[in-house]
Design a protein around this ligand. Structure first.
Ligand SMILES: Cc1cc2nc3c(=O)[nH]c(=O)nc-3n(C[C@H](O)[C@H](O)[C@H](O)COP(=O)(O)O)c2cc1C
Length: 145
């Protein structure tokens, strides 16, 4: 299985989660920051995992710009994650993963699991205790079928 993990990260926390996911996922994987990935190459992977920090209830501007340039993904299997604060009040704005999921589904991609959020303890991090392990466990079971 060939998997692409494509992510954005301002302070490095989402990058750590993306690397943990890339290391845990079955088969061959490539982990790329959005600046390194071509929007047109997503369709050539069996599974595409997209992740971004939640900023203002949605993905970073760079991730939104990237996703706006991704062509149709009919038949492509995807999984989506974000990083987010634990605080209850942020919930009202929503999270990056939900918005990324909407975009991927509008492109025709099929979600293989529910979007997942990983906790940061503050704006700059660090990640919550056990979150890298939880990211690995989430990724280990992902399959394109
Ligand atoms: C401008 C800005 C807005 C943010 N807005 C939210 C938000 O609406 N909800 C939330 O849960 N976290 C919010 N955060 C916290 C981010 O989720 C956190 O900075 C991010 O998960 C860290 O990941 P990174 O190290 O990969 O950048 C915000 C952070 C920044 C810098």
């Amino acid at each position: 299985m060939k998997t692409l993990v494509v992510y954005d990260s301002l302070y490095g926390n989402t990058a750590q989660v993306a690397e943990a996911i890339g290391a845990a996922v079955a088969g061959e994987s490539q982990v790329l920051r959005i600046g390194e990935a071509k929007p047109s190459e997503l369709g050539s992977f069996e599974l595409v995992i997209v992740g971004a920090p939640t900023q203002g209830g949605r993905p970073t501007e760079a991730m939104r710009a990237f996703l706006a340039r991704v062509p149709a993904l009919e038949g492509v299997k995807v999984a989506v994650f974000d990083t987010r604060l634990r605080a209850k009040w942020v919930k009202v704005f929503g999270y990056a993963a939900g918005k990324i999921t909407e975009r991927m589904e509008s492109l025709g991609a099929t979600l293989v699991t529910e979007p997942e959020g990983f906790i940061v303890e503050g704006k700059k991090g660090p990640l919550g205790g056990g979150e890298l392990e939880r990211a690995g466990a989430w990724a280990k079971d992902l399959r394109p079928d």
